[in-house]
Design a protein around this ligand. Structure first.
Ligand code: FAD
Length: 420
């Protein structure tokens, strides 16, 4: 989705496809799985038979309305004996934690089915050459060619409105302290509903306030607040290693750890992401409590248990970052996303609080922008029809590629790097 959008915008970029569906750290070692069928190696014949049965139930049989709403952990409990299939449950849990930053109890069965179907049809995630900074740089250049201006080190203090319609934003230059009122008939925000609504009241949301509220004992009071959104929270560790720890270009899902759900070694695709001869590794886990020190300690314990002495001898921790509150992994958790259109006319949301169902992370961000563009075209179309003018509109939202793509996943995870 994102790469399709970048191609349409003529943004130069290079993707490196994964060469595996993933590897799975379980039973104290790493099992490499080129396609879906490869999971049989660590699941064993009995759990693999249940894996196939779940695949049938998820993708070949319509889900009832009640099943669709069910949290995925409860859906699993209905169809398999979870105590007798620990690796199978851990398989789903670690993928959900890594990809969505959610426990299985926090995501509906419908959302799991939709995101998985989309992954089968669109292809496996890829690594972009130069990291996300490279894409940002190219986008900056393109905006420059259209005489657009990017105001760095600037903060929006408030969104101006008149008679229920957005009329512009008040911006403060953080270096000079100068304030500037930018008038505009259309305001698009990617900072989520909580912070955007606050700006409408000329208020700013502070990280400390959000965390204080989130982890307050009386959580139920917050749940009733109109401003409350459930964001996806995570802890990432960036590691520099003298030796390679993951022997492929995909994700290593961790099934036998306490916290770390998965890891990648992007230097397998793009060696320039680390000094020559070294590797960059990134682990991800869901933060499960307010005790950040304990979460960090558990991450380190997981790394030691997976890599043993190699970790102490060859690895250096670069950063250990928590992403929560106003600076989360996703501003709204998968499946709970809000509408783009707000109550104030001319004010719209895009980004990872507006992900359409089934589209996660930057794929969801890209599709939210496509949705927004179609919404604008619809408004234009109404005006064009009113004027009886002739104008063709091209839809921006991209529909998923063929379902047959899913078949290829059985043996090999297909990618998008070769697409023109
Ligand atoms: C550590 C980390 C790793 C991730 N890794 C991946 C990954 O590997 N793959 C993937 O697909 N997704 C990943 N994600 C998720 C992805 O980054 C987000 O989904 C995406 O960045 C959301 O884009 P956005 O435009 O909606 O919001 P953001 O990227 O959050 O952009 C919002 C911007 O608004 C700015 N802002 C906030 N308030 C104001 C204000 N008052 N005035 C002016 N500016 C303001 C912020 O500084 C920010 O730059 C990761 C997220 C994190 C945190």
């Amino acid at each position: 989705m994102l790469s399709h959008m970048l191609r349409r915008l003529n943004v130069p970029h290079r993707l490196y496809d994964a060469d595996v569906f993933g590897s799975f750290h379980v039973h104290g070692r790493q099992y490499r799985s080129r396609g879906l069928l490869g999971v049989a190696r660590f699941l064993g014949p009995r759990q693999f038979a249940w894996f196939l049965r779940l695949g049938y139930l998820m993708f070949f049989r319509p889900l009832s309305a009640q099943e669709r709403q069910l949290p995925f952990d409860l859906w699993l409990e209905r169809h398999i004996n979870v105590e007798h299939n620990p690796q199978l449950v851990a398989f789903f849990a670690s993928i959900s934690r890594f990809a969505l930053s959610l426990e299985l109890s926090q995501v509906s069965t419908a959302e799991v089915v939709r995101t998985t179907k989309n992954m089968f049809r669109f292809g496996a995630p890829a690594i972009v050459e130069g990291g996300c900074g490279a894409i940002t740089h190219q986008l900056e250049k393109i905006i420059g060619t259209y005489n657009g201006e990017i105001m760095l080190s600037s903060e929006v203090l408030g969104i101006e409105q008149e008679e229920g319609h957005a009329t512009g934003v008040l911006v403060k230059n953080k270096t000079t302290g100068e304030e500037l009122l930018l008038r505009a008939p259309l305001v698009v925000s990617d900072i989520g509903p909580r912070a955007t609504n606050a700006l409408l009241q000329q208020r700013r949301i502070k990280q400390s306030d959000v965390l204080k509220q989130k982890y307050a004992e009386d959580h139920s009071a917050l749940a009733r607040s109109a401003d409350d959104v459930q964001e996806a929270v995570g802890l990432k560790v960036h590691i520099l290693s003298d030796v390679s720890l993951i022997p492929h270009k995909g994700i290593m899902y961790c099934l036998d750890t306490k916290r770390i759900a998965g890891m990648v070694q992007p230097t397998n695709s793009d060696p320039s992401l680390a000094p020559a001869g070294k590797h960059l590794l990134i682990s991800h886990q869901v933060i499960q409590s307010n005790n950040v020190e304990e979460e960090r300690a558990l991450a380190l314990a997981d790394l030691r248990s997976m890599f043993g002495e190699t970790f102490d001898q060859h690895c250096q921790i670069l950063t250990m970052g928590t992403y929560r509150g106003e600076w989360p992994v996703n501003r709204v958790v998968q499946g709970e996303d809000v509408q783009s259109r707000l109550q104030v006319g001319g004010l719209y949301l895009v980004g990872d609080a507006v992900k359409p169902s089934g589209y996660l992370m930057v794929e969801g961000v890209a599709q939210s922008v496509n949705n927004f563009l179609d919404l604008l075209d619809d408004l234009d179309r109404e005006q064009v029809l009113a004027r009886k003018a002739d104008h063709r509109f091209r839809r921006n939202v991209m529909s998923p590629p063929s379902r047959l793509n899913a078949l290829r996943w059985l043996w090999k995870a297909p990618g998008n790097a070769g697409k023109p």
